[in-house]
Design a protein around this ligand. Structure first.
Ligand code: GAP
Length: 481
């Protein structure tokens, strides 16, 4: 029987916990909503995705360098960036249940129900109206839309709504021991500002010439009101962002360039192009003159995984104004001083992690030669990002087989992540490695002692063949390159 997308999503969440990928934060205290911890295999997978991004952006581009800025920044940063005044979402509360909703999520949820009932035209009109009201910041229009469509709260079942209001999503805390307002600072809601305030430091010390980029990976924090759907929307998450500084007037061509480059990165990981699409923003963020999302067909629908934003000179100009320090570049090719324009690429690491699991999670059933049914759950993760690359399995725990296995483990472990396992039957060990997404398993058996060959098993096809022990390391290295 085929499973539905919703069932698949639930299965992914259970699998992620059962196999040590993702745990609810502080689970022994009943967890903390929309905050998650990564377990042994989750942290490996996350690190591999991060490394793929970092290497692509920095090592593979002559004109991009990385930084690692602090999470805490001077509070004026967020005034200058517009986050204090603009980083808010329109929310509405249900007076009976006291539950708060992001207005766009509430309306989108209702539109999804219309689609499920075959009322696609009504859903399209609803979303178009919503986009129009959002773009115009027309809050009474949004409330009217909710009321006319008789959208109700999922908890109370009533349509007893407050007015639509804006809520700022930044977390604040106190710097130092004195609790007064002057010491209030924010946990950064995006990593980008750490790049902007360091623009001149980096440009000068790394002797960068425009066009050039600065990349950064790090934590960001948002007090998301509607935080659901597992690690899709978190309150503490990680971003991988790159700001590309360019000559004013060239933003259209660089925007097109980065759209293409970023899509190439996704498909270059081995993820299918047909699962991706671009979605242009209707309502632009306060800093952008063009913006597009890279969306993926998650089991919960088409959703944003990455944003590409043409941020104009908004951020640098604003920091220049608030700090009183010049943030300009002298372009000796055209003999002009200017505040550079910026194209930003911004991807959520946790969301990319969820995307990878969504793509990889597969339930398979088949009938064996003896007529019996068999099944497995396998994570068909691209080998490049799989947490364990090679499982090394001695057939039995004796006769010198573990020693040979340990030797090959010793030989390979500095090149890629290897996992040694001698417990259970070989079939059970294969299944466990399938569930962790391990692309290659080798079994050391008695024949290995005679002819120095091993059985290699390929995860996706379950095909097995014998190869020379001496070739294992190079074969795996080649496949994960
Ligand atoms: N500097 C631009 C910026 O932050 P964004 O579209 O708000 O733009 C960029 O965020 C990416 O960060 C998103 O595409 C998404 O992958 C990720 N992201 C944003 N909010 C998130 C959240 N609450 N939980 C997980 N990932 C999130």
């Amino acid at each position: 029987m085929m499973i539905t997308d919703q069932q698949k999503f639930q299965a992914i969440i259970s699998h992620a916990k059962e196999y040590g990928f993702v745990f609810q934060s502080s689970e022994i205290y009943d967890g903390l909503s929309a905050v998650y911890d990564y377990g042994p295999w989750g942290s490996e997978l996350k690190r591999n995705i991060r490394d793929q991004w970092w290497n692509e952006m920095t090592r593979m581009h002559d004109n991009i360098v990385g930084i690692d800025a602090a999470i805490f920044m001077h509070p004026t940063t967020w005034k200058a960036s517009g986050h204090v005044d603009n980083f808010s979402d329109p929310m509405i509360d249900n007076k009976d249940s006291k539950k708060r909703y992001r207005v766009d999520h509430l309306i989108e949820g209702f539109a999804e129900k219309l689609v499920a009932d075959g009322k696609n035209d009504e859903a399209d009109i609803l979303i178009a109206d919503m986009d129009r009201f959002l773009a115009a910041n027309d809050f009474s229009g949004l409330k009217g839309l909710i009321e006319r469509n008789k959208i109700v709260c999922s908890v109370s079942g009533t349509g007893n709504w407050t007015d639509v209001r804006q809520f700022n999503l930044m977390f604040s805390t106190q710097l130092g021991s004195v609790s007064d307002e002057a010491n209030e600072i924010y946990l950064r809601p995006e990593t980008a500002q750490g790049i902007f305030v360091n623009f001149l430091n980096v440009q000068k010390t790394a002797r960068m010439k425009i066009p050039f980029g600065i990349a950064q990976v790090g934590k960001a924090f948002r007090n998301e009101i509607v935080a659901r759907q597992f690690i899709f929307r978190m309150r503490e998450f990680e971003q991988m962002e790159m700001q590309f500084f360019i000559r004013p007037g060239t933003q259209k061509e660089w925007y097109a360039y980065w759209k293409e480059e970023r899509m190439k990165w996704h498909t270059g990981l081995g993820l299918p192009a047909e699962n991706y699409r671009f979605h242009d923003h209707v309502k632009l963020a306060h800093y952008a003159d063009a913006a597009v999302d890279i969306e993926y067909a998650f089991p919960i629908g088409w959703k944003e995984v990455e944003g590409i934003h043409s941020r104009t000179d908004f951020d640098l100009s604003s920091h220049q104004q608030y700090s009183g320090k010049k943030l300009q570049y002298f372009d000796n090719e055209i003999n002009q001083n200017y505040v550079p324009y910026v194209i930003e690429t911004s991807i959520g690491l946790d969301r990319m992690f969820l995307l990878s699991l969504s793509y990889a999670y597969t339930e398979e059933k088949w009938t064996k030669d003896d007529g019996k049914e068999d099944s497995r759950v396998v994570l068909k993760l691209p080998a490049k990002i799989a947490p364990i690359k090679l499982a090394i399995l001695p057939l039995v725990k004796k006769d010198g087989l573990p020693e040979i296995a340990r030797d090959i483990m010793h030989e390979c472990r500095s090149d890629f992540y290897c996992f040694y396992e001698e417990k259970d039957t070989i079939g059970k060990r294969y299944r466990r490695m399938d569930a962790l997404g391990t692309p290659f398993c080798i079994t050391i058996d008695h024949q290995t002692k005679e002819d120095q060959t091993v059985t290699i098993r390929y995860r996706d096809t379950m095909m097995q063949e014998r190869i020379a022990l001496a070739k294992v390391r190079e074969l795996v290295k080649e496949k994960i390159k």
